[in-house]
Design a protein. Structure first.
Length: 436
């Protein structure tokens, strides 16, 4: 198949502070977000590649490179070589191949910002990898929705094209401006300042061997979790956050009775009803919640604590406060923030500077978002960025009432056996409460 003609040169788009922040983080650790889809059969590789080209046209920021300057911006690439956005990998060991694909990085300064890999074994597996510099998990799901739509349509219409989106403001401004000065001040106070209290034990040094570990909680257990959450007036996210916190505590030194922070994320698209926010954007933010370490341990009471704290944070729009805080950070300029991050990187690698654990619930993957026609989808999940030590994070995603826990980490700094213990402990807690 012939590649499309070169794009006009010097087409640029603004890079708001939310993009700038994730770009700078990508200079420290891998900021790739993955959507992994397991299929019950084989797809048409040529048509899949053509569909990916259509997606890159429909979402032009994916076909850009990030350009550093005092006012950073996105610049459209003059041409997209086929192997830069699509690859077919024949493999006998799909798990090993999946690790290799998920631990590979796209440099946002080189571009493009998205890549599709088709792992071909007895059955196909798709890995849609998107650089967090350009989009959060919500955007990755949207990109996959477009991909499936294009793939199905091209079967019957080889001239099919996706509609071009309206260029929207991808910054925090449209969301923050919807709040009054008083509400914004309360949100900023509710968010607070990020702390450095505890971090998973790790060996210092750079990350040379990134890894991913996973756990899948199957439908019967997940459905019972949903029933437990309803009967106790909790959310699934309450249960997941509580289980993550409880699973981490035995691994990280702390004092009994103290409160410890966990970073968690929220999608600001939900902050304003009927706001037609852009899909491909970084509109998810993180803030801390502080939870108590109690003895004797009661998961139900911990989950109730999580529910209370999260309800308070949401009620005061702490996510809006996190966006305001990030804008405050960048008021000193892009290059000043980069220098601060380099200092933090040095402390992390050489002085065991702690970084509080992170939990993110990327939510439900709707079946229609991973639909590829006659070949049915068996499973799908989200894979988070690789969090370099001493950071450690777990991401949850749900497809067809199957919950997947995923952690990306540095195997040369954090023992895989420790990660397995944390994931197993979290899984066992969630399965145990589903039996109550």
């Amino acid at each position: 198949m012939q590649e499309p003609p070169p794009h006009p040169s010097h087409v640029t788009y603004p890079a708001p502070v939310n993009d700038q922040w994730d770009y700078l983080l990508s200079t420290i650790w891998s900021q790739m977000v993955h959507l992994v889809i397991t299929l019950d059969g084989h797809l048409d590789a040529a048509r899949l590649c053509q569909a990916m080209y259509l997606v890159m046209e429909a979402e032009p920021l994916l076909a850009c490179r990030f350009v550093e300057s005092s006012t950073p911006f996105w610049e459209k690439m003059p041409v997209l070589p086929r192997d830069s956005i699509f690859s077919l990998v024949k493999c006998e060991d799909s798990e090993a191949a999946l690790q290799q694909v998920m631990t590979a990085r796209l440099d946002p300064a080189e571009g493009p910002q998205a890549r599709l890999t088709l792992l071909r074994g007895p059955k196909d597996r798709l890995v849609l990898s998107v650089n967090h510099t350009v989009s959060d998990a919500c955007g990755v799901k949207h990109i996959c929705l477009l991909l499936g739509q294009a793939y199905r349509s091209l079967e019957h219409d080889p001239h099919f094209s996706l509609p071009l989106p309206l260029l929207q403001d991808r910054s925090f401004h449209p969301i923050i401006s919807a709040f009054s000065i008083q509400d914004s001040a309360a949100a900023r106070e509710a968010c607070g300042e990020q702390s450095t209290v505890w971090g998973i034990p790790s060996r210092p040094g750079p990350c040379c061997n990134p890894e991913y570990h996973f756990r899948v909680i199957k439908s019967p257990h997940f459905l019972r979790m949903k029933e437990y959450s309803r009967s106790h007036q909790l959310t699934i996210n309450d249960l997941l956050l509580a289980a993550c916190f409880a699973a981490l505590c035995p691994e990280i030194p702390h004092h009994e009775g103290q409160h410890l922070p966990v970073l968690t994320s929220i999608d600001l698209r939900r902050s304003i009803p009927r706001y037609a926010a852009p899909h491909v954007a970084n509109l998810s933010v993180a803030f801390e919640i502080w939870l108590p370490v109690k003895s004797p341990f009661s998961f139900q009471w911990l989950a109730m604590d999580v529910h209370r704290v999260m309800a308070e944070k949401k009620g005061l729009f702490a996510g809006i406060g996190a966006a305001i805080r990030l804008q405050e950070v960048f008021s000193m300029g892009f290059f000043a923030v980069r220098e601060d991050l380099l200092d933090l990187q040095y402390k992390s690698q050489n002085e065991h500077y702690p970084k509080n654990p992170f939990f993110s619930n990327t939510g439900i993957i709707p079946p229609e978002y991973v639909e590829f026609g006659d070949v049915s989808t068996m499973h799908a999940f989200m894979g988070p960025p690789v969090d370099y030590p001493p950071g450690f994070g777990i991401t949850a995603s749900t497809y067809q009432d199957r919950l997947t826990l995923a952690s990306g980490f540095c195997g040369d700094s954090v023992p895989g056996t420790m990660v397995e213990r944390v994931l197993s402990r979290m899984e066992n807690l969630l399965i145990t409460i589903s039996r109550e």
